[in-house]
Design a protein around this ligand. Structure first.
Ligand SMILES: NC(=O)c1ccc[n+]([C@@H]2O[C@H](COP(=O)([O-])OP(=O)(O)OC[C@H]3O[C@@H](n4cnc5c(N)ncnc54)[C@H](O)[C@@H]3O)[C@@H](O)[C@H]2O)c1
Length: 318
């Protein structure tokens, strides 16, 4: 599916992992893309290959400050996404989610743009319901070390729906589950990048807990397709909609796949589970399938991991 109705698109957090793939996809679809980023976790290198495209523009800007630009659509992705990054400056993380949402919603209202929020499965916290449907309100610790991210994203969702109720703004909210692929930050502490880097460096692979906690891993191309389809839905479709893969693996199985695909002799070692780490996560995609037609995460873990491993090898000289 092409984002055919788009002309001028703003992507906040566009120099990050997901944002850079989204910019690429929107350019392929013929859009003019304004990528806004403060390079907190994203890099110019992630979008360097797009700079020569006359329809691409890169702007250094922090979304906690207002922005005045003329656009037709806004994808709001700006926010550090991995615990190691969002816990480094938790106050700034909350500001990015909350002030960033207020600023981008204000912009959308002024220029009558459609706006999509990259929310997260973290709004479900450590879920008591499995798999998680969008109707589940979550089980979130409001005062823990993950709260700056979880509660920031929950408040951003509230703002999106209040702008809808108060101003009939065309909003879209997607709750993204674990996604991986090329251009993930190599040292972001996320499980896929951790395991790949450890394996490529010939180190043991550290599993937090006993490795029986499950995750569903979505390859980046599938996720971007889902996000673009969501933006193209009619006005009445607001979400929140879950986006992710339903293929569930344990962390231990992931580690074993990484060892097999990198061909290294890394051993699996076990360490204590960090606080508030959710034990199980898998999206219920019933509503998503209804709203987005035949969308499904189709890339197998092996194919996605192979592409990600190739990227990490190349960019880290391993
Ligand atoms: N990758 C995932 O598995 C996942 C899962 C759930 C939700 N998400 C959401 O998707 C979005 C993108 O995540 P990602 O994995 O690409 O992370 P990322 O850290 O690679 O990208 C975030 C981008 O936002 C930028 N940024 C941070 N604070 C900013 C600010 N104040 N102003 C402007 N730019 C700022 C960073 O520099 C970076 O380029 C995030 O909002 C994240 O919460 C991602």
């Amino acid at each position: 599916m092409k984002s055919s109705d788009c002309t001028r698109v703003l992507v906040t957090g566009g120099a990050g992992f997901l944002g850079s793939h989204l910019c690429e996809r929107l350019l392929d679809d013929g859009c003019d893309v304004l990528c806004v980023d403060n390079f907190y976790t994203g890099t110019k290198a992630n979008v360097a290959h797009l700079l020569s495209n006359p329809r691409f523009e890169l702007m250094r800007h922090d979304v906690t400050f207002p922005l005045y630009v003329e656009v037709d659509q806004i994808y709001n992705l700006a926010c550090p996404a991995s615990p190691v990054h969002y816990q480094f400056d938790p106050v700034q993380t909350t500001k990015t989610s909350v002030h960033g949402a207020i600023n981008m919603l204000g912009l959308a209202k002024r220029v009558k743009a459609k706006i999509l929020q990259a929310s997260t499965s973290e709004v479900y916290g450590d879920p008591e319901v499995h798999p998680q449907p969008e109707s589940y309100w979550g089980h979130v610790n409001p005062i823990g070390v993950r709260s700056c991210y979880d509660e920031g994203k929950r408040c951003a969702e509230t703002l999106f729906f209040d702008y809808r109720r108060q101003h009939d703004l065309p909003i879209k909210v997607v709750r993204i589950f674990n996604t991986y692929g090329p251009r993930m930050h190599p040292n972001d502490g996320r499980v896929v990048s951790n395991f790949i880097m450890q394996a490529l460096q010939g180190q043991d692979i550290t599993i937090f807990g006993d490795g029986s906690q499950s995750r569903s891993f979505c390859y980046v191309d599938d996720l971007i397709e889902g996000i673009v389809r969501m933006m193209a839905t009619p006005h009445e479709v607001t979400g929140p909609l879950n986006l992710g893969s339903t293929f569930e693996f344990t962390i231990k199985e992931l580690a074993q796949s990484v060892v097999a695909l990198t061909g290294t002799g890394s051993k699996l070692v076990f360490a204590d589970l960090p606080p508030d780490d959710p034990t199980q996560r898998r999206p219920d995609l019933t509503l998503t399938r209804e709203a987005l037609g035949s969308w499904e995460a189709t890339t197998t873990l092996e194919d996605g991991l192979a592409k990600t491993i190739a990227y990490f090898k190349q960019t880290n000289g391993l």
